[in-house]
Design a protein around this ligand. Structure first.
Ligand SMILES: Nc1nc2c(c(=O)[nH]1)N[C@H]1C(S)=C(S)[C@@H](COP(=O)(O)O)O[C@H]1N2
Ligand SMILES: [Mo]
Length: 250
């Protein structure tokens, strides 16, 4: 029963999205990013408009084979339970001490059934495994295998309200990001709990990180804590002071 519902809703979303695509190609209106008009985010306008107008928004990013898996550096925060490192979080330290047994992911905002999902809850959903290339804006790339639950499946379970347009992610080291619904429901956007066949290690975002394969590596948020669904864009980098655009499609 539930499965059938998911398929129907997905199909409705896909139909809606492709209808929007043909409208855009017809030149009636342009898909402007939510940061439109912000001087420091000019890059968004080009990449977002180009990708939303020209590409099939459901197109999959290339997937590789096990033989292609490479060594994988960890960057940004690499351990929020270590007080001597940037991104330290007391809450994360406590969770880590109990091997993340008490970790829960809350899904709030414009959802019919706001809830906190434990690791067990998330692992009960059908999983997806993908071997993909991560490209960091700082100039390195690496290939890894990720296992997790598609974010869209969890959002469907929580029940996205019709007005919802953005999904904002909050992490323990306070590295926050948002996606529009197209990227949130992309089949390769997953909440990953496994890396290369093992539990996701601390340096790569334990216990759960986002893997999002159609944008640059910095969008794959580690140490996930909370997801909030909204109608209005929540700018987690209002002043552009981290120097990065909101949308960084690759
Ligand atoms: N919470 C959190 N997520 C994050 C970061 C971070 O510092 N904190 N860094 C980002 C950047 S810039 C990159 S390239 C990748 C690095 O992931 P890795 O450490 O698994 O290689 O995580 C992204 N997600
Ligand atoms: Mo990065």
């Amino acid at each position: 029963m539930e499965k059938k519902n998911i398929i129907t809703r997905r199909t409705a979303l896909i139909t809606g999205v492709s209808a929007m695509g043909s409208l855009l190609l017809g030149g009636c209106s342009k898909p402007t990013p939510p940061t439109y008009g912000h001087l420091l985010r000019m890059g968004d306008i080009f990449t977002y408009e180009a990708q939303r107008s020209l590409l099939n928004v459901r197109a999959l990013s290339k997937e590789y084979s096990r033989a292609d898996i490479s060594s994988f550096p960890a960057t940004g925060s690499i351990n929020p339970s270590d007080a001597s490192l940037p991104g330290f979080s007391k809450d994360y330290e406590l969770l880590h001490r109990n091997n993340f047994a008490h970790w829960k992911l809350s899904i709030e905002g414009l959802v019919a059934r706001p809830a906190s999902y434990s690791m067990d809850d998330l692992q009960k959903f059908k999983s997806r495994t993908q071997i993909t290339r991560h490209t960091c804006e700082e100039g390195w790339s690496a290939i890894g295998e990720w296992t997790g639950v598609p974010l869209g499946v969890v959002l469907d379970h929580a029940g996205i309200m019709p007005k919802a347009r953005f999904v904002t992610f909050y992490s323990y080291d306070d590295y926050n990001q948002s996606f529009d619904m197209i990227d949130a429901f992309h089949p390769q956007t997953i909440l990953a709990y496994g890396m290369n066949g093992k539990n996701l290690p601390i340096q790569h975002g334990a216990p759960i990180r986002v893997r999002m394969e159609t944008q640059i590596g910095g969008q794959s948020i580690k140490y996930l804590k909370r997801i909030v669904v909204t109608e209005n864009f929540v700018d987690t980098n209002k002043n552009g002071d981290n120097g990065w655009a909101w949308y960084m499609g690759i």
